[in-house]
Design a protein around this ligand. Structure first.
Ligand code: VG1
Ligand code: CO
Length: 583
């Protein structure tokens, strides 16, 4: 048994440790400053009820990005000194964000212990490496991100912190080897357990989906598949699930070796950054050498996001969640008794609303960020939810779940093709989406991101748009001066949300302009960037007439895009004539 001692260290507050949409994300060099991580971790311990620290079991792991290994050792030593009883770590420090949520909710230790929280080490879809981003966030006992009440408290603590506790002489733990190490300190025992990163998660997925029917799909001569983990942590799960469990060919996995710097790429599964997959699926500028696969998908760094593609076909995340919700009860055993309700984030298109109305389901619209879905799920009000930002998930855990979304789509494909497995032509991803539009209408949708713009300019643009909202006649005069063929704006506000469960209120959650035909313009500042500001502009238009649902979306949305850019004086405020990413 290794003995350790506690030290109390003096420290002082460091500016700017306010958690954003999903944790604290900064450049690695910022995290490497003396006491930077220590202050945040101690502030988190101090924000939690003491029984969730003293004697508790906590998970520490992440997407494996650069600085994770150092951060794990620091957090383990601080946990020991703060009276934590046990730390659980995924092998090599790897756990996807959804797997952390699963481990908190499902994993039981050899002595019956259960985790009550987790430090997740990730900056998600932001690039990694010595000059890129690191991030940390805390998840609670329900497996979901800490609610605002806790993150506000953490932030307040970072502004007054004077001391932290650390077990300096605790030896570094070997995170590469599965097993338990026991330590002994002044207040008793402290254990660190390293376990297999995938097994709890794989078990959960097998309890939700009908793996046998998906195996049949993979065995069908006409089905081809491709999955791109963008060198994120999804790679640690993809081989186990798609290849070993479901029978996919190993060559269908792209970039599935997790890397500290994501191979120098941007681990964001969209049409701009998932270049290789986009090419393979026949969506690139040039044609691929081989016939594209029938189904393609990608994940972000921490594997909570997903992008779903068919052959030469992109499924918008807003459509994806609507289609999953519409088919879940038939295609996915977990939902066979029906859905409790559905929810989407405010900027996500209203495709899900139409499904909810049709199936007579409870429906909720929440602010951006997965933490807002947690209360609804805990209260049994919501089964499936999604965000336009490539996040889809359900109440099986309390995070969005990239691999779950892929399995949901594979289940729908398997269900629709159950009579076509012997070489008949398959119902494709594109067929499923077009059929959905024919039934429910189509929500043309696009998002423009202006990344890393001058923060002052971005703020001015937002205040300008808020001021404009005080007079709708003025707004309509400007809009009709830009284009005479768009309808009136009938409502404009800043989105505000009152949680129906705990009645907490979140204000300033995005600027909305709502048009008479249900079209919308939404403007938000990102809360996940690490530098400057990112402006997100979301544009949506509903088309009920099934003969008009086949247009190119950029073409269909061109008038609204023009209105949005001119109304907001985007170029004037940001100096940018074009966005960084168009989705
Ligand atoms: C973005 C997305 C939001 C998502 C968040 C975290 O936030 O818009 O929908 O929940 O990222 O996702 P923002 O504030 O930058 O718009 V992840 O995969 O980065 O944890
Ligand atoms: Co993510």
């Amino acid at each position: 048994m290794v003995l350790f001692e506690l030290s109390r260290k003096e420290t002082s507050p460091i500016d700017g440790q306010k958690p954003g949409t999903s944790g604290l994300r900064k450049k690695v060099v910022v995290f490497q400053q003396p006491n930077y991580l220590h202050n945040f971790v101690q502030s988190t311990f101090n924000a939690l009820p003491s029984d969730k620290v003293k004697g508790a079991t906590l998970v520490v792991s992440g997407d494996g990005r650069y600085f994770s290994k150092d951060a794990i050792q620091i957090i383990v030593k601080m946990a020991a000194a703060n009276g934590v009883r046990r730390i659980w770590i995924g092998q090599n420090g790897l756990l996807s964000t959804p797997a952390v949520s699963c481990v908190i909710r499902e994993r039981v230790g050899a002595d019956g212990s259960k985790a009550t929280g987790a430090f997740i080490l990730t900056a998600s879809h932001n690039p990694g490496g010595p000059h890129e981003d690191f991030g940390i966030k805390y998840n609670m006992e329900n497996g979901g991100p800490a609610p605002e009440a806790i993150t506000d408290k953490i932030y307040a603590n970072t502004k007054t912190i004077t001391e932290y506790f650390i077990a300096e002489n605790l030896p570094d733990v070997d995170v590469s080897t599965i097993g338990v190490t026991n330590f002994s300190g002044p207040e008793g025992s402290f254990d660190v357990e390293v376990f297999d990163s995938a097994s709890d998660y794989v078990k959960l997925m097998k309890s939700i989906f009908d793996f046998a029917s998906i195996q049949e799909l993979f065995a069908s001569p006409n089905f081809t598949f491709c999955y791109d983990a963008l060198h994120g942590v999804a790679g640690a799960y993809a081989k186990r699930i798609f290849v070993e469990e479901l029978g996919a060919n190993e060559i269908s996995l792209l970039n599935c070796v997790p890397k500290e710097d994501f191979g120098g790429g941007h681990p964001d599964p969209n049409l701009t950054y998932a270049k290789e997959l986009v090419m393979r699926m026949g969506l690139g500028k040039s044609n691929p050498q081989d016939e594209p696969p029938e189904f393609g998908a990608a994940a972000d760094g921490d594997a909570d996001r997903n992008m779903i593609l068919g052959k030469r076909f992109f499924v918008t995340p807003s459509d994806s969640v609507a289609i999953i919700a519409a088919n879940a009860a038939q295609a996915i055993p977990y939902f066979s008794t029906g859905l409790k309700g559905v929810a989407r984030s405010m900027p996500t298109s209203a495709a899900l609303d139409v499904v909810a109305k049709n199936l007579n389901l409870k429906f909720f619209e929440v602010p951006t960020g997965w933490k807002f879905f947690g209360n609804l799920m805990d209260a049994g009000l919501c089964s499936i939810c999604g965000e336009e930002s490539f996040g889809t998930g359900s109440d099986h855990i309390r995070e969005k779940d990239g691999i779950w979304a892929v399995l949901a789509w594979l289940s729908i494909l398997a269900y629709k093709n159950k009579d076509n497995f012997n070489g008949e032509k398959l119902v494709t991803v594109e067929d499923i989406v077009r059929q959905h539009w024919a039934t429910y209408g189509r929500h043309y949708y696009t998002r423009y991101d202006y990344e890393n713009v001058d923060a002052a300019g971005a703020k001015e643009l937002m205040s300008y748009l808020i001021n404009l909202q005080s007079s709708l006649p003025e707004v309509n005069k400007i809009i009709h001066g830009i284009r005479s063929d768009v309808l009136d704006v009938v409502h404009a506000d800043e989105f505000e949300y009152k949680d129906p469960v705990d009645e907490s209120v979140s204000k300033h959650q995005g600027i909305r302009y709502l048009f008479a035909d249900g079209s919308r313009l939404v403007f938000r500042l990102s809360g996940t960037g690490s530098e400057g500001a990112t402006i997100r502009l979301y544009i949506e238009q509903y088309e009920k007439d099934s003969s008009k649902t086949s247009k190119d979306s950029q073409e269909a949305l061109a008038p609204l895009v023009q209105v949005a850019l001119k109304l907001s004086k985007m170029e004037e405020f940001t100096g940018r004539s074009a966005p960084t990413v168009i989705t």
